[in-house]
Design a protein around this ligand. Structure first.
Ligand code: ASP
Ligand code: SER
Ligand code: ZN
Length: 598
């Protein structure tokens, strides 16, 4: 998912630079420069968001041209501002002001060359890739075309390996035509990053975490090592059960798992294959998809439940415009980017989500996820513009998922979706279902930008794009493509965040952070039992604690924000490990005698 803020600055007017002595700018000059920059940006950010909203909601040549133009202007002016801000380099200023200068330098996800022709080429490529992903379809026959919503449904529900493979291959064809333009995009954006003083775009992305980039990489290694044994236990179990279900000819019991058999086009969340894992039917005690369907809920009805959870924590209801302007279901007659996103169009109260909702459990989670962005955006709207953002991008992605973790049986019973609480026997099956999404995602979340960082740094060249992609997927996830791939393919392009140029490490961080946040909110609510059964629904204490962190936005280094909610200053995987501890023990019993790894 993507939320728009700093991505969408667009300036029409030249910035007014404060009068100052030519050679030696003062702190007062710097302050004045920043105030004017923020005021100007504030004024025009709305128009840029609107262009982006329209382009992703009505994909046509015209809306693409308009959005590309808007992005071009935004990029030009931001680049220019960064350039101008250099004259304050080395000036000693208050931490808050210095922080704003730092954030300004990182505001563009796709920095561009100064040369207007090159910049224009880059912004056009970027919009065309985004639109192409949105329009993407696999046509089995000229009359039978599947969009990504249909593909996700088939891959979640169909159990015929032949059909799964066909649909997987069909969807991945969307990537191939993007290859040349993606390579050009990388060149151009890298040039922009260098002109701004970064080694490459990846280095620029890694600079957004209040620590030296090498330290950030070391943090990622540390966290991955903490959670890797849990992932291996899950992988071993799932592979063995899938081999039983499909036969060893389809799932080799000691090799990687074919990526088309995990219930999702990208093998990133595996919850959909729970029924194949050999647990007794109904072992979970309930099935959320069935509960939602039994209630005859429609898309909007599901979003109402999401809003209600936030309200129960003390947050104000969503504004009426949210309900009028959001996109909740896939339109029948036009192309849209269906990949879910949350928007704050006027940086005040024009909150929206854009999502092609299906009535099923994973979408219920995604709704809470998107609303988390919206409530974060509203909580920090009193901050100055450059601080209107998450403490880091992982925080932004983690908020809604934290709330979704509290969608427990007890919660579902309280809100009248579930009659009878499942017995204690259901704990392991419920945890397994959760792990199929949350634990399986960890190496996926880690690998996407491992690939992109290597691409931006030049370590991976276009000649090896696809090879490197699958090497990393194999290394971290232990999955393999279901058919032989070559450099005629461009499988990264079939993943939204690559085509849409949305950084991805944020989702790995969020997967760790959300459990830390959840644990802290459970404690704030007075809960003391096992972590996986906690819901903080209706806890004003938990809500207040969360809100305190959200209100800070990006005004302080993220460890300060983390401390506000959790009392900790470090990202810490012990919360996710605690949560899944009973499952880990159970998995390891099931896995006795099985080889782990691939
Ligand atoms: N929340 C998701 C993401 O961040 C959106 C989705 O799963 O569709 O990309
Ligand atoms: N929402 C992100 C994605 O769809 C992470 O789950 O990739
Ligand atoms: Zn998101």
């Amino acid at each position: 998912m993507k939320f728009r803020l700093l991505l969408s600055f667009m300036l029409f007017f030249p910035l007014l630079i404060p009068a100052q002595t030519a050679s030696k700018p003062t702190v007062a000059d710097a302050e004045q420069f920043m105030n004017q920059a923020e005021a100007r940006l504030n004024e025009i950010v709305v128009k840029a968001s609107r262009t982006g909203w329209v382009q992703e909601n009505f994909i046509t040549d015209d809306t693409e041209a308009l959005a590309a133009d808007a992005n071009d202007q935004l990029t030009a002016v931001t680049t220019d501002l960064v350039e101008q801000s250099r004259k304050f380099d080395g000036l000693s200023m208050a931490p808050e002001l210095a922080r704003k200068f730092g954030l300004l330098k990182l505001a563009l996800t796709a920095p561009a060359p100064h040369d207007p022709a090159l910049r224009k080429e880059m912004t056009q490529i970027a919009v065309s890739l985004d639109g192409e992903y949105g329009k993407g379809k696999y046509c089995r026959t000229p009359e039978d075309c599947l969009d990504i919503t249909a593909i996700e449904k088939i891959m979640g529900e169909n159990r015929d390996p032949k059909q799964l493979q066909d649909v997987w291959v069909g969807w991945h064809k969307v990537g191939a035509p993007m290859r040349q333009r993606y390579a050009r995009f990388v060149e151009l954006s890298n040039q922009g990053a260098r002109e701004m003083g970064f080694r490459d775009v990846g280095a620029m992305w890694r600079a957004g975490y209040d620590m030296p980039p090498e330290q950030f990489s070391a943090e990622l290694d540390r966290l991955w090592l903490q959670v890797r044994p849990l992932y291996l236990s899950l992988h071993t179990f799932v592979r063995a059960r899938l081999a039983q279900h499909y036969g060893a000819g389809v799932v080799p019991p000691d090799g990687p798992i074919p990526a088309d058999l995990l219930g999702n086009p990208w093998a990133q969340e595996w919850g959909n294959i729970f029924p194949l894992l050999g647990l007794p039917e109904k072992s979970r005690g309930y099935d959320l998809t069935q509960l939602l369907q039994a209630k005859n809920l429609d898309a909007k009805g599901m979003v109402r439940y999401g809003e209600n959870f936030y309200k129960s924590l003390g947050f104000a209801p969503l504004p009426p415009a949210f309900w009028e302007r959001s996109l909740f279901t896939k339109p029948r007659d036009r192309d849209v980017v269906c990949h879910a996103s949350a928007w704050d169009v006027d940086n005040k109260d024009d909150l929206r989500i854009k999502m092609c909702i299906q009535v099923r459990d994973v979408d219920f989670v995604t709704i809470h996820h998107e609303l988390g962005h919206n409530f974060y955006q509203r909580a920090y709207k009193q901050q100055p513009l450059l601080f209107e953002n998450g403490a880091n991008d992982g925080f932004h992605e983690a908020i809604g998922d934290t709330i979704a973790l509290a969608v427990t049986p007890e919660y579902l019973q309280k809100i009248g979706l579930l009659d009878k609480l499942p017995s204690a026997d259901s704990d392991i099956p419920l945890l397994l279902k959760q792990a199929l999404d949350k634990v399986a995602f960890l190496p996926f979340g880690l690998s996407i930008d491992q690939w992109r960082w290597r691409v931006f740094s030049g370590e991976v060249t276009p000649a090896d794009y696809n090879k490197a992609w699958w090497e990393l997927r194999l290394k971290y996830q232990g999955v393999a493509p279901p058919v032989t791939r070559s450099e005629a393919d461009f499988d990264p392009g079939a993943k939204y965040h690559v085509a849409g140029n949305v950084p991805y490490m944020r989702y790995f961080l969020a997967d760790i952070l959300e459990f830390q946040f959840y644990r802290a909110m459970c404690q704030a609510s007075g809960y003391t039992g096992p972590l996986n059964r906690c819901t903080f629904y209706q806890s004003k204490e938990a809500g207040a604690k969360l809100n305190k962190m959200l209100e800070m936005g990006a005004s302080k280094p993220w460890p300060d924000a983390l401390e506000t909610l959790t009392g900790q200053r470090q990202m810490d995987a012990s919360a996710i490990l605690d949560y899944f501890a009973p499952l880990k023990k159970w998995l390891d019993e099931q896995n006795k005698g099985l080889k782990a790894g691939w």
